[in-house]
Design a protein around this ligand. Structure first.
Ligand code: FMN
Length: 343
């Protein structure tokens, strides 16, 4: 996957670039993203002479067909990273056939994003009054969203001192006079350490399903929690440590994914997926969909819609090549014994 980080840093300046990278307070200089490191340990075992005339990397999930088993994930304050913000990413995803997950802290109106025709999901924070979340669910349904992603792990910007990259993004949003999708002005103020339980999840799930949408719970890191979400009727769980933006000490997502099978939940994953090989490894480990965020935002900052298009189109091409090298007609045909891990 093309790397736009240097051009992104030049475009954004140190402070915003620092927020985008989001190094947590407990990460030392020289430490690398533990998700990226863990994915990079997987190696693929090709198969030969399998006689497939072509490859198909598309995937069917939640009643939709996507061009490939990956999508673009939620990020706050989108227009800080490029004037057209997530709207530019939505146009690319719509044209390529990839799903897009939109943060309730994005500042581009959800109706504008959905109007691109993209397969669009709204990401909500599991915090604050349930009525607020239900209102946002209704808003998402009214503009044609496919579903809701509910972030349950550290869903609210933490207390001062724990901000990703040491930057309080809410101040930037307020300074520009922007309103986010989730608030009529600025970013909705919600408790830093919210107390939601399965009871609120059930209420939200009922609201989402009543409107014909799907619900995926994001930030699930323990098989027992994944199992509970599955039994509650959630359509999927996203294994995510939120890109270790809040603590460096949370387990790498690939390690967690390896232990998730017993939950029987439909699995998605995000965090540190940087190469087509990572997406293939995630697929073999059970994730139906991989979600990518920072590389796409770097591309947006570096070169707008054209760069996002180059990045995502290139990734689909890389997946097709890997699928062929693995001797598989589809990514679903790649077997567990075609994945090894360095010690
Ligand atoms: C600038 C930025 C803002 C983010 N804002 C949100 C958010 O509003 N809601 C959320 O659930 N995750 C948010 N995230 C986390 C991402 O959705 C994702 O979980 C994380 O970045 C890991 O994926 P990556 O390693 O591909 O970036 C944000 C990430 C970044 C980089």
């Amino acid at each position: 996957m093309k790397d736009f980080r240097e051009a992104s840093r030049a475009a954004l300046g140190d402070e915003l670039y620092g927020y985008l990278c989001g190094r947590p307070h407990d990460m030392n200089a020289g430490d690398v993203d533990p998700n990226e490191l863990a994915w990079s340990r997987y190696r693929l075992v090709p198969r030969v002479l399998q006689g497939h005339a072509g490859v198909d990397v598309s995937c069917k999930l939640f009643g939709s067909e996507y061009a490939a088993p990956f999508g673009v994930g939620a990020f706050a304050a989108d227009r800080l990273f490029g004037e057209a913000g997530v709207g530019a990413i939505a146009r690319v995803c719509a044209s390529l056939g990839l799903p897009l997950f939109v943060s309730e802290e994005a500042v581009t109106p959800l109706a504008d994003i959905a109007a691109t025709g993209v397969n669009c999901w709204l990401q909500l924070r599991a915090a604050g009054p349930i009525e607020r979340a239900v209102r946002l669910v209704e808003h998402a349904a009214s503009v044609g969203c496919q579903g809701i992603v509910l972030t349950v792990l550290a869903p609210v910007h933490p207390v001062p001192g724990l901000h990703p990259g040491g930057v309080d993004v809410t101040a930037h949003v307020a300074q520009r006079g922007w309103a986010t999708i989730g608030a009529s002005e600025g970013v909705a103020k919600l408790p830093a350490f919210p107390s939601w339980s399965m009871s609120e999840l059930h209420t939200l799930l009922d609201a989402v399903h009543a409107l014909g949408m799907r619900l995926v719970v994001k930030g699930v890191m323990h098989p027992a929690d994944a199992r509970a979400c599955h039994l509650a009727g959630c359509d999927g769980v996203m294994v995510s440590n939120i890109g270790v933006r809040q603590s460096y000490r949370w387990a790498p997502v690939s390690d967690v994914l390896e232990r998730m099978h017993e939950s029987e939940a439909t699995l998605l994953v995000d965090g540190g997926l940087r190469h087509a090989a990572d997406i293939v490894a995630a697929r073999v480990l059970g994730a139906q969909l991989s979600i990518i965020v920072r590389p796409v935002v770097h591309a947006l900052a570096a070169g707008g819609e054209a760069a996002v298009n180059e990045l995502l189109r290139g990734l689909i091409g890389e997946l097709q090549a890997i699928c062929a090298w693995m001797g598989a007609a589809t990514l679903a045909d790649i077997t567990r014994d075609q994945l090894t891990k360095l010690n």
